[in-house]
Design a protein around this ligand. Structure first.
Ligand code: LMR
Length: 395
C-alpha cells in the first residue's frame, strides 16, 4: 500500500523555512514564514503568556479532558475579542481548534457536509494553504481578483466584478485584516460594499482572521468583520491566536458559525463538536487556557495589549524604514506602497527569478511569490535588504 503513495508537494512556505535553516551564511535574513521577530531577530514568548503559564502551572489541578468544542470560557473570550458586541452571544456557535488552520479546515468540512455543490471563492493571490485545503476537502474553487501588482494596491473593482459571478450558497473566503500575502486591505466602505453584494447574492462569507492587532489595532482590524457579522444572517469565522498571542506551536484557534436563530445555532454547535470528534476528538487546551486567562484578567490583558501594540508599531516602523531605504537606493517611489500596507506581509512585486537572486546572491529569504514578512526586518538588516531588492528588481 505505502509504495502506491504519491509524492506530495511541500508547501512553499514550509520549504523555505527548511532552506533558511540549512543556509550556513551568517548574514542571512529570514523574511519568509509569518512569525513575529523583535529588533534582535528573536520570536519572544510574550510577557503575559509567560505570566499566565506560571500561574497555570501553580493552579492547574487536572489535565482531564475538556469538552469536544473545548472550554466554553475560551470560546466566549474569543467571541468577545473578535466580534465585540456586534452580534448577540446567542447567535454564535464556536469550537476550539488546533490553530487557525484547524478552524479553516473545520469550517470547510462543515460547508462540504451541508452544501457539497457550493464553491469557495478565494482571492488571487491568497495564503497557499487555502486552495490546498479547499481542494483536499473536495470543494470546488472560485477565484476573484484582489491585487493590482503594478501599483501594489487593492484591485477593488476587479474583486467586485468577479464576485458578481458567485451563486446562492457559495462561500467567499475573506481575510479579516492584514491580507496574506499582499498586505493590501479592504477599507470599511469596501467591507460594506462586499457585504451588500454577498447579501444580494445569497452567498456566505468565511472570514479568516489570523492577524488581529497587527494592522491598525485590535478594534480597527475587526471592524470590517464585525460589520459583516452584524449584517448577514450566516457567517463563518476562523480565528487564530498564533500570531497575536505569539503561541504558534501551541496550535490555538477557534471556528465560529454565526446563525440567524438559536435553533440553527444549536445545530451548528453540535456539528462543530461532532467534527472535532471525528478529526482529533478533543482540541488542544494549553494555548486556549492561556488565552482565556489573559483575556479575562485585567492586568494580564493590559500587558498583552501593550506588548501587541509594541509589535504592531515595530512592523509599521519597519515598513517605513524599508520604503525610505528603497527610495534612497532606487531614486524612485516604486516601493512606497510598503509603507501603506498593513500587517506582517507585503508582496513586493518580484518575479520568481528575482526572488531566487535575492536569496542566492544576498542571503535574503522571501517566499517565491515575492511575499515579504516585514517583521523580519531590523535596523541592521534593512540596508542589506534594500540593496538586494534594488539590485535584483529592475521593474
Ligand atoms: C504564513 O503564512 O507564513 C504563516 O501563516 C505560517 C504558515 O503556516 O504558513
Amino acid at each position: 500500500m505505502l509504495d502506491d503513495l504519491k509524492p506530495q508537494v511541500t508547501d512553499k512556505i514550509v520549504m523555505l523555512m527548511q532552506m533558511f535553516r540549512d543556509d550556513p551564511r551568517r548574514d542571512k535574513v529570514d523574511l519568509g514564514v509569518g512569525v513575529y521577530k523583535d529588533a534582535s531577530g528573536n520570536t519572544p514568548v510574550m510577557r503575559a503568556v509567560k505570566a499566565a503559564e506560571q500561574k497555570l502551572w501553580q493552579t492547574e489541578t487536572t489535565k482531564t479532558y475538556t469538552a469536544l468544542a473545548g472550554d466554553p470560557a475560551f470560546a466566549d473570550a474569543m467571541r468577545r475579542l473578535v466580534l465585540g458586541d456586534a452580534v448577540p452571544a446567542g447567535r454564535v456557535a464556536a469550537a476550539a481548534t488546533p490553530g487557525g488552520t484547524g478552524a479553516v479546515r473545520q469550517a470547510l468540512e462543515m460547508i462540504h457536509n451541508t452544501t457539497p455543490a457550493a464553491k469557495v471563492w478565494i482571492s488571487t493571490p491568497t495564503w497557499p494553504n487555502h486552495p490546498s485545503i479547499i481542494s483536499y476537502v473536495g470543494i470546488a474553487l472560485g477565484h476573484y481578483r484582489y491585487f493590482d501588482a503594478e501599483s501594489g494596491s487593492l484591485d477593488f473593482a476587479g474583486m467586485m466584478a468577479d464576485l458578481d459571478g458567485v451563486s446562492p450558497g457559495d462561500v467567499v473566503l475573506l481575510h479579516g485584516c492584514c491580507h496574506n500575502p499582499t498586505g493590501a486591505n479592504l477599507t470599511l466602505p469596501d467591507w460594506r460594499a462586499v457585504t451588500d453584494l454577498l447579501a444580494a447574492k445569497g452567498a456566505i462569507p468565511l472570514i479568516d482572521i489570523a492577524y488581529q492587532g497587527f494592522g491598525d489595532g485590535l478594534q480597527d482590524d475587526a471592524a470590517g468583520l464585525r460589520h459583516v457579522a452584524a449584517t448577514l444572517p450566516e457567517v463563518l469565522i476562523a480565528a487564530s491566536c498564533s500570531k497575536n498571542f505569539g503561541i504558534y506551536r501551541e496550535r490555538t484557534g477557534v471556528v465560529m458559525a454565526l446563525a440567524p436563530d438559536s435553533a440553527t445555532r444549536d445545530l451548528a454547535q453540535g456539528t462543530l463538536a461532532f467534527l472535532n470528534r471525528q478529526n482529533y476528538s478533543f482540541p488542544p487546551d494549553h494555548g486556549a487556557r492561556l488565552v482565556t486567562m489573559i483575556l479575562n484578567d485585567p492586568a494580564l490583558r493590559a500587558d498583552w495589549q501593550a506588548e501587541l501594540e509594541e509589535m504592531r508599531l515595530t512592523m509599521r516602523d519597519n515598513r517605513k524604514a524599508l520604503a525610505d531605504a528603497l527610495r534612497a537606493e532606487t531614486g524612485s517611489d516604486r516601493f512606497g506602497f510598503l509603507a501603506s500596507h498593513r500587517g506582517m506581509f507585503s508582496l513586493i512585486g518580484a518575479s520568481k527569478a528575482e526572488v531566487r537572486r535575492i536569496r542566492e546572491d544576498f542571503g535574503v529569504y522571501l517566499i517565491g511569490d515575492g511575499r515579504m514578512n516585514v517583521a523580519g526586518l531590523t535596523r541592521e538588516n534593512i540596508p542589506q535588504v534594500a540593496r538586494a531588492i534594488a539590485a535584483c528588481c529592475k521593474g
